[in-house]
Design a protein. Structure first.
Length: 223
């Protein structure tokens, strides 16, 4: 293959991470949007794990963890300095914040999403657990424009899809809730053309007949 292939699902927050990072890194890649109920044989031939995102590299190796895809892409090319290479002491802190998102917050988020969907009485319990993380982010954003500093970083894009998901579970509740800094942060990132490009809807991939090759096309990133 001439470029990496990304198997993806449009609304999956992990897959959104992957698409954002490949776009931010200005890397050319082939995007294959799939239906997880009908996983393509070509994808399962790579790995039986059957989850997205799955990035297949030119040499046949693959990466099937979203954060690893992000770091791989930005190590290839980081034109916006999202790894904060000029201030390397921030990198462990970024990874620590992302780990809190991935290992504690997401667990509560999944419970919250399921309970809200089925109108279970535990909704406020798991929403409150999610809010403990949101409160930390709100406090961070009261000190600077983005999660780490006044410039965007890996942390912003790694955490964005999951705060977006939280805001969609009970939309009316979220609109009436506090978190003005988080809402401003979300709005700023949503308005960035990079986010629009990563969220563009494509037909489902069908054995090569609906392949989309994404190329960087002079998008301007909002800071």
């Amino acid at each position: 293959m001439s470029v990496p292939i990304l198997y993806t699902l449009r609304q999956c927050p992990y897959a959104i991470r992957a698409r954002l990072s490949l776009t931010l890194a200005e890397l050319e890649f082939e995007q294959r949007d799939i239906d997880l109920r009908q996983k393509p044989a070509e994808m399962l031939d790579i790995t039986q794990k059957g989850t997205v995102p799955l990035l297949v590299l030119e040499n046949g190796d693959y990466i099937d963890e979203s954060l690893e895809i992000m770091i791989w892409a930005l190590n290839k090319n980081d034109p916006h300095n999202l790894l904060l290479s000029h201030t390397p002491h921030f990198f462990p802190e970024m990874l620590s914040l992302i780990a809190r998102n991935d290992h504690k917050y997401i667990s509560a988020l999944e419970h919250y999403k399921a309970d809200a969907r089925y109108h279970n009485p535990e909704v406020p319990i798991y929403r409150k657990l999610c809010e403990s993380f949101l409160t930390d982010l709100e406090n961070r954003l009261s000190n600077h424009q983005y999660l780490m500093t006044d410039t965007l970083s890996l942390a912003d894009y790694a955490i964005l899809p999951f705060i977006r998901q939280f805001s969609h579970i009970e939309r009316q509740w979220f609109r009436q809730a506090g978190y003005p800094n988080i809402k401003q942060w979300l709005s700023s990132l949503y308005q960035d053309p990079i986010f629009s490009k990563a969220m563009k809807k494509y037909p489902l991939w069908d054995n090569g007949r609906s392949t989309v090759t994404n190329k960087y096309n002079d998008l301007i990133m909002t800071n």
